[in-house]
Write a protein that binds this ligand. Structure first.
Ligand code: ADP
Length: 561
């Protein structure tokens, strides 16, 4: 055997010395093969990459030092058995693992681990198969590396688009499974991804493999499947049709959490509705956000609004169309109301722009479109547009694709609003109430202005709440701007918590702060999560610190930013 040299990672996992790390990495290499192991030994190995070629070593939208949320090594298991073997090796060392599927997770930390020096497990690189697309049941079963784009292309290639669509988020490059574990959203009627999943396969921290829901009930034994390893056995025929199974429903425990590594997931596909029409309603005045939201609530509740529609601020659409420098000479100055009005006029848009879609055969669409137009006509100056009424490259033309499950990459452009643009999402939840929307807009815009950053935001309307997505765009080569962006999100978290608004998901840098705001009755929620964490993962190997849940091996104070 060749003598292998000692490798020295830039960041060792906490509590693991160089010799132990090397022994571990050699053992891991023996399992997965050298091609699937990369130790990060020098700073030039951490390139921010791009959306097209995402990095797996760190957060490319770094709000703190580029090498703070950084891996010691990136390992890509080839199959379930590899994952189980790695987990077993990590336990005796209490070595932190950080599973990712694709690692884009843009605006929430990318592939970067919460604890510097964690071993990033790139689940998607080799485990990227579409295991099943079931037309009658309208579902799919996927491995971690299957992206929204992959699934869409599969449906197109197999002439299935006339039967099934996949709900997609703003960008098509994320993992279906990874996005669902983060409780991400899309914009068709199936926009709530976690609601639409059915059945998970999980490697637990002790290396055991579990299937949830109906997946816990074995498929009847047949001669041809008798000898198969558990991970290769067919699923129960109802596993992708009924998510709950029997007994405690544990799937939620594996979302935004650190209790296991997901290796397969079932996902419902949206049956082609037999007709489709996207539309835009422009709302000229800032303050009519209130009226718009109060119009939307009953329509959405009654499912007259069938999909997850969005109310986008003019800066967001402007930023998709062109960088800030195209609208102003002074890019350091925050755009004021007059400038925003001028931009809206130039783009033939409103201060707020409502994007939705109608699904079904022509008579159904006509009826719904009539009701929608009637309701929104109460807003002074509101105008209605269909796709063909807008110019090439319009945001409606992009949303037209997204809302029918055709993934795009155009929304990436708003990140380039500023030079060296990077971004951070601030995403509080609120009731679908005009007053909440106005108050959230007022606070977030004012704080953005204090940070000398433009407010770029959109309200996405779920079944009964709004995810307000504030896109904090900053120049990542400008240390002062980075500090301001970080100050902004920290300040907004507290401002919003004081009003009863909490975030649905967040970046690594503020997970502890946000968990700290979910502190009803003396923090019983976090303490319960810690109890589960320490029971299920006694050596604290699985994504320590994720969502502010730390295992007992870690002193939280040493890690909180
Ligand atoms: P994206 O799909 O946007 O590229 P990631 O693959 O980075 O997103 O996944 C987002 C987050 O979801 C990760 O940071 C991790 O916390 C969690 N995650 C992703 N894949 C897995 C997995 N297979 N098992 C457990 N957690 C995962």
């Amino acid at each position: 055997l060749p003598v292998r040299e000692t490798v020295t990672p830039l960041a060792l996992p906490p509590g693991v010395d160089l010799a132990a790390f090397n022994t571990f990495i050699r053992a891991v290499t023996d399992i997965v093969g050298a091609d699937n192991v990369r130790v990060i030994t020098s700073l030039d190995q951490i390139d921010d990459g791009s959306y097209e070629a995402p990095t797996h070593t760190h957060d490319p939208h770094h709000i703190v030092d580029q090498d703070y949320f950084m891996a010691s090594a990136v390992v890509a298991p080839r199959n379930v058995a590899d994952v189980q073997a790695i987990v077993k090796l990590a336990n005796p060392l209490s070595l932190p693992l950080w599973p990712i599927s694709i690692g884009r997770n843009s605006g929430y930390g990318g592939a970067g681990p919460r604890v510097r020096g964690s071993l990033v497990l790139n689940m998607g690189q080799n485990m990227n198969k579409i295991l099943e697309v079931n037309v009658e049941g309208a579902y799919c079963l996927v491995e971690p590396g299957v992206t929204f784009m992959d699934m869409h292309e599969y449906l197109v290639k197999n002439n299935l688009r006339d039967k099934l669509w996949i709900d997609v988020p703003d960008l098509g490059g994320g993992s279906i499974l990874g996005n669902t574990l983060e409780r991400g959203v899309g914009y068709t009627p199936y926009g709530d991804h976690f609601m639409m999943h059915s059945g998970m396969e999980i490697v637990l921290p002790n290396g055991e493999l579990m299937r949830t829901g109906m997946g816990a009930l074995p498929d009847p034994r047949k001669p041809e499947t008798m000898g198969l390893k558990p991970e290769d056995q067919p699923w129960n025929s109802s596993a992708q049709l009924f998510p709950y199974g029997f007994g405690p429903y544990v799937d939620g425990l594996f979302t935004q959490s650190n209790l296991g590594i997901c290796t397969k997931m079932g996902m419902w596909l949206f049956p082609n509705p037999g007709g489709y029409q996207s539309y835009l309603v422009t709302i000229p005045r800032d303050e009519d956000l209130k009226l718009a939201v109060d119009i939307i609530r009953p329509l959405r509740l009654a499912m007259v609004l069938q999909n997850v529609p969005t109310i986008r601020h003019i800066t967001m659409d402007a930023a998709v169309m062109a960088p800030k420098s195209a609208y102003t000479n002074d890019t350091d100055k925050v755009l004021g109301d007059e400038e925003l009005d001028a931009i809206a006029e130039k783009l033939n848009l409103g201060r707020w722009n409502f994007y939705g879609a109608i699904y079904g055969p022509e008579p159904v669409r006509q009826a719904l479109w009539g009701a929608i137009q009637g309701a929104f006509s109460a807003i002074p100056g509101a105008k209605f547009f269909l796709k063909d009424d807008t110019p090439e490259g319009s945001v409606l033309r992009i949303r037209d694709l997204t809302m029918q499950g055709i993934p795009t990459f155009d929304e990436l452009r708003w990140v380039s609003w500023l030079p060296n643009g990077a971004h951070l999402f601030f995403s509080p939840i609120a009731p679908v109430q005009g007053e909440d929307a106005m108050a959230q807009y007022e606070i977030t815009r004012r704080r953005c202005e204090e940070a000398k950053l433009d407010f770029i935001g959109t309200f996405t309307i779920g079944m009964r709440e709004m995810h307000h997505i504030v896109c904090i765009v900053f120049n990542k080569r400008d240390e002062d701007q980075k500090r301001r962006a970080h100050w902004l999100i920290r300040t907004l978290i507290d401002d919003c918590a004081a009003r009863g608004w909490g975030e649905y998901r967040t970046h690594l840098a503020v997970m502890d702060q946000i968990m700290g705001t979910y502190n009803w009755n003396n923090g019983s929620f976090l303490r319960f999560n810690e109890l589960i964490k320490n029971a299920v993962d006694p050596n604290g190997i699985m994504a320590p610190g994720k969502s502010g849940v730390w295992p007992k091996q870690y002193k939280k104070e040493e890690h909180v930013l």
